[in-house]
Design a protein around this ligand. Structure first.
Ligand SMILES: [Zn+2]
Length: 283
């Protein structure tokens, strides 16, 4: 009996929101760890540069922006590293989201697991079959049931995936969860090879080993933000609103006006002595 008012309230909330949702619109309702999914779209079992790790299984639904983000990033890696094995895409959400036995989050169509690109210890890209946990040196081993082969983290391809996700400003990638060891190897590679300092800066924030959770030493866990449209329909962000997102409505709402290019310039660029010693003012 005590639950009746809550149920009635929820019903009113849902009915009250329903007319605002255009027919066919996917909605990520609530939070990633306490929400559900309305009219999610399925991730195909395979596409350019990717295959699903559990083909045919139903934990493959998300809002369209999530599915598109994965497809664009996988295709970009495929184009940059032709002939290498595809990205293995793990779970998204159930068709209607909600609680899932394998995950604490993945409930509202904005989360996806991506298995790290791998090579042999001598650097030849390989597909991998199991879930390989990598140590801080980037070394791991396939589970015994998959042959127990030694594997190495493919830093170049994993970085290309990350930098594509972070350069995709419409995607609104909020977190790329990974272990601290994997993050260190990716940033080390990026500092030596990445032409865009802004992307390195973004990666330093967005790559993150979550506390009180799986260390993510065997896969990336990508979470995208709500975005203004989803937010208006009941989506709730738990994480940061990054200044590089192309979402003016949210920036205005949160009074967020940072410019990451300016921040990078201020933090990383050495001070030019000629500029530093120039007289203040000027025209
Ligand atoms: Zn996950």
């Amino acid at each position: 009996m005590a639950r009746a008012p809550i149920t009635t309230g929820l019903l009113l909330l849902v009915l009250g929101c329903a007319p605002a949702v255009a027919p066919g619109t996917s909605v990520s309702v609530g939070k990633s760890n306490d929400g559900w999914l309305l009219r999610g779209v399925p991730m195909p079992d395979r596409g350019i540069g990717y295959v699903r790790a559990r083909p045919g299984e139903e934990t493959r639904y998300g809002i369209p922006r999530l599915v598109q983000v994965i497809e664009r990033a996988a295709a970009s890696v495929d184009a940059a590293f032709p002939g290498t094995p595809p990205l293995r895409v793990g779970d998204l959400s159930y068709p209607r989201g909600g609680r899932h036995p394998r995950h604490g989050s993945h409930r509202s169509g904005r989360d996806v697991d991506l298995i790290y690109y791998a090579t042999t210890p001598t650097g030849r890209p390989v597909q991998g079959r199991g879930w390989v946990a990598y140590d801080r040196f980037g070394m791991g081993r396939e589970p015994d049931e998959h042959g127990g082969a030694h594997m190495a983290l493919d830093v170049a391809r994993n970085w290309h995936l990350v930098r594509t996700l972070l350069a995709d400003e419409d995607a609104q990638v909020q977190w790329i969860f990974c272990s601290a060891g994997v993050k260190a190897r990716l940033l080390e590679h990026a500092i030596a090879n990445e032409p865009s300092r802004a992307i390195v800066f973004r990666a330093a924030w967005v790559l993150h080993q979550p506390r009180r959770a799986h260390p993510h030493d065997d896969h990336f866990h990508i979470r995208i933000g709500c975005g203004a449209e989803q937010r208006a329909l009941g989506c709730q962000d738990r994480g940061p609103i990054w200044p590089w997102w192309t979402d003016e409505a949210i920036k205005n709402e949160t009074n967020e006006a940072l410019d990451d290019a300016a921040l990078v310039h201020a933090l990383l660029d050495p001070v030019d002595p000629a500029v530093a010693s120039a007289p203040a003012g000027g025209s």
